[in-house]
Design a protein around this ligand. Structure first.
Ligand code: ZN
Ligand code: ZN
Length: 133
């Protein structure tokens, strides 16, 4: 795992305490976090605009990625952590609400008619994690 300063540098991002703290919170968590969970995990109190703008930047730079469970639950994971390729599956535990990046699972656009040009696909597997199973 790279240092947080290295991650920022590599993505041509200037070091700011908000960027560093959001990344640190997500890196240190064993599973992806929601915005609320990140807020709780960081000690400083950044104003709303800074916080949301920083999130947007980190997503745009693919430092972190979004995992949409449904319209009320979105989690964020660090992309660098497991050398995650752009396309990988996610697992959502229906009991404890934890989310996991699953780089081992990959899939293709099998059967997609030629006239569609795919750019991105999401695969969300729902079930029970090892703890809850
Ligand atoms: Zn669980
Ligand atoms: Zn992921």
């Amino acid at each position: 795992m790279k240092k947080i300063t290295e991650i920022l540098q590599q993505n041509n991002l200037i070091r700011t305490s908000c960027r560093e703290e959001i990344i640190r919170a997500i890196v240190e968590s064993p599973t992806p976090l929601s915005e609320e969970e990140v807020k709780t995990a960081i000690s400083s109190n950044f104003d709303r605009t800074t916080f949301y703008r920083t999130f947007k930047t980190l997503i745009a730079k693919e430092v972190i990625h979004k995992i949409v469970i449904d319209n009320t639950l979105i989690k964020y994971a660090i992309t660098e952590k497991q050398n995650l390729t752009k396309q990988h599956a996610h697992f959502y535990c229906q009991r404890c609400s934890r989310v996991f990046c699953i780089p081992e699972v990959s899939w293709e656009y099998k059967g997609l008619p030629d006239y569609y040009k795919p750019e991105q696909a999401e695969l969300l597997i729902k079930g029970y994690c090892t703890k809850c199973n």
